[in-house]
Design a protein around this ligand. Structure first.
Ligand code: FMN
Length: 187
């Protein structure tokens, strides 16, 4: 059964997760721009960074998938905002629903991971976007500050990493099952 870990990463945090996941599952990790025919894989894990609510490279990657029938698809988003915050998760889910066909989204195992940011590494466009967002966020009343806004305010201008490889355990479990290496039938 052929499997792959594909990632969409601008500054490396999603790539770190993808490479760790690849190491733990025995699959190859590739950036989304370097994947050949996605249809040859039975198991597809996509690890993508969140940018303005969208998952980097995800739409373009899965647009090439003819059918998800019989395949194991795992999708993990990587963002700065707290992935245990229900409002944040529902806003990520809404974004994903705009990027993927409903059938694929239903079939996929979806996870949300926390990434990081290093302002000294941001490109001009991203720095400018963050400066504008920060300016707006500062003036928001406390009750209107979402997890996304709070994460941005708390980390603005800094270098922070919330990367936590233990958060990959449930993904490894799903991917392991798809390869038939995990199931321990105790019945
Ligand atoms: C312009 C910009 C927009 C972002 N938008 C979001 C967002 O909508 N939600 C979120 O949780 N994090 C957002 N982030 C934070 C990134 O998702 C986070 O830094 C992630 O770890 C980046 O992954 P990468 O290092 O693989 O590129 C944004 C960061 C930048 C610079």
């Amino acid at each position: 059964m052929a499997g792959i870990v594909i990632y969409g990463s601008q500054y490396g945090t999603a790539r770190q997760y993808a490479e760790e996941l690849a190491g733990r599952t025995g699959h190859e990790a590739l950036p989304y721009g370097s994947v050949g025919d996605i249809n040859q894989y039975d198991t597809i894990a996509y690890v993508g960074a969140l940018y303005a609510g969208g998952v980097l490279g995800m739409k373009r990657t899965f647009a090439k998938l003819q059918s998800c029938e019989g395949k194991t698809v795992v999708i993990a988003t990587v963002g700065l905002a707290d992935p245990t915050d229900s409002q944040n998760v529902s806003s990520i889910s809404n974004g994903m629903a705009k990027q993927l066909p409903a059938k694929l989204l239903q079939a996929a195992h979806v996870f949300h991971l926390r990434g990081g940011i290093d302002y000294s590494k941001l490109g001009f466009k991203h720095k400018t976007m963050m400066r504008l967002l920060h300016g707006k966020a500062q003036s928001l009343p406390e009750e209107e500050k979402t997890a996304e806004v709070r994460a941005m305010l708390n980390t603005y201008g800094k270098q922070v990493s919330f990367v936590d490889f233990d958060a990959l355990d449930p993904l490894v479990a799903v991917l392991g099952q798809s390869r038939g290496v995990l199931p321990l039938d105790r019945s």
